[in-house]
Ligand binder design. Structure first.
Ligand code: NIG
Ligand code: FE
Length: 413
């Protein structure tokens, strides 16, 4: 078979572990291949390695010389709040004065402030803003991204957000996976009648399912938001409807959301800055991924999740941006990886497994994405740096020169 494209001149290909979930000590293992070729056919990896590739070439094959760049699989951001209106720079100074994030929310600001703006925004406004953000993510090497709703808290606006994400998935080169997050906050009018809001979420989920607008349901399990019992009630209904589930767990207070996630067989439990030791042990026995979001700790000036301990105890981690207007307003995914290296003491190999194969696994995409393997989608990035460690050392800037998604050369150096 002849290839549509052959990439040569790659200094080193860094490929994560092929068998997810990659846990504990295995997170330090990756495959390094010097001077390989990668052959692409019909948007998929046809072959790769150091053997002779001339048999794949005919007059129609595009030859791409990487000119000594390194190659990685496309990066996967498995936790974002992509679709929203407006910004919250006014809260930035409140946070810096020491006003707690949850107090801003209690007073109707925070998430609830973004809800007001998102309700008022048109489909097109939301689409254009999110499209711009995806372009920035793309330039930093993101080829797959999860996008949550949760800035509507009412069916019409949640559906609007999810339909924006659906259209972005159709029109933007980045593959977008959608999550319904009506349980992101309790609207003020339901403050004294929480159970009615929970019932509304349970009904709305049925409609979201019918419309096929989301694969996952997520709940913000936190003091003053949804407690453990409410989280369980919502997620049990989500599972019964056939959704896969996630939890914003143990972000600020150690409520035990991570342990609940294991009990409910969640795909991921996310944040974990305040995870209990017993729940780390539970996670190590499970296939639920610990999704670490260091950009949120950085922006909120909070402690980082103890990712070193989480891996050393045998768990599988992924790393995501949590991109959102209130607790992590950045699309610079390489900065997120650098924070994990520096503040969470993670090795380059662990970070690579976290942002590729483990992220693909908990998004249910590991058969087609997350590593360079024959038959998988040809999602690749080329970086003009000498090695993988350099990417985490030279921080704050973009090292990605080329992005290929489904075999298409989207960003060219
Ligand atoms: O993951 N924790 C809850 N949700 C987001 C923040 C959303 C916001 O502040 O707008 C998060 O940090
Ligand atoms: Fe989040």
């Amino acid at each position: 078979m002849k290839a549509d494209m052959i990439i040569t001149g790659i200094k080193t290909l860094y490929n994560p572990n092929q068998v997810p979930p990659v846990k504990g000590f295995n997170m330090s293992k990756i495959e390094n291949i010097d001077n390989p070729f990668i052959a692409i056919k019909d948007g998929k990896i046809l072959d790769y390695g150091t053997h002779d590739c001339h048999g794949y070439i005919d007059s129609k094959t595009t030859l791409l010389d990487a000119k000594g760049k390194i190659c990685l699989p496309g990066l996967i951001d498995s936790h974002t709040h992509l679709v929203h209106a407006g910004s919250r720079e006014h809260e930035f100074s409140q946070l810096r004065q020491g006003i707690p994030y949850l107090d801003i929310l209690k007073q109707g600001g925070g998430i609830l402030g973004t809800v007001e703006k998102t309700k008022a925004a048109s489909f097109n406004e939301l689409y254009l803003k999110a499209y711009q953000s995806l372009n920035t993510f793309l330039s930093y090497g993101i080829t797959t991204l999860e996008a949550k709703s949760g800035y509507g808290l009412s069916l019409d606006t949640e559906v609007k957000q999810l339909m924006v994400a659906e259209k972005l998935n159709q029109n933007h080169p980045i593959h977008v996976v959608s999550t319904y997050m009506g349980a992101h906050a309790v609207p003020l009018k339901f403050k004294h009648n929480r159970s009615s809001y929970i019932n509304q979420i349970k009904q709305d989920m049925e409609i979201i399912k019918e419309k096929k607008l989301a694969s996952f349901v997520d709940v913000f399990c936190e003091t003053g938001v949804f407690d453990l019992k409410e989280t369980k009630e919502i997620l049990e209904k989500a599972k019964a409807l056939g959704f896969k589930i996630k939890i914003h767990a143990d972000e600020i207070d150690p409520l035990g959301g991570a342990g609940l996630g294991v009990d409910l067989n969640a795909s991921s439990v996310d944040h974990l800055m305040a995870i209990k030791d017993e729940d780390i042990k539970k996670l190590a026995q499970a296939n639920t991924i610990a999704n670490i979001l260091p950009g949120t700790s950085f922006y909120l000036n909070k402690p980082y999740a103890n990712a070193r301990k989480i891996i050393d105890e045998g768990c599988a981690i992924s790393i995501s941006s949590d991109y959102n207007p209130g607790s992590c307003p950045t699309e610079n995914f390489q900065l997120i990886m650098q924070l994990a290296a520096n503040h969470q003491k993670l090795k380059p190999e662990e970070i690579l497994n976290a942002v590729t194969i483990n992220a693909a696994y908990h998004l249910g995409l590991d058969k087609e994405k997350g590593s360079i393997q024959k038959g998988k989608d040809a999602d690749l990035i080329l970086l003009d740096i000498p090695n993988l460690s350099y990417m985490l050392y030279h921080f704050g800037i973009n090292h990605v020169n080329d992005v290929i998604i489904n075999g298409k050369h989207i960003i060219k150096s």
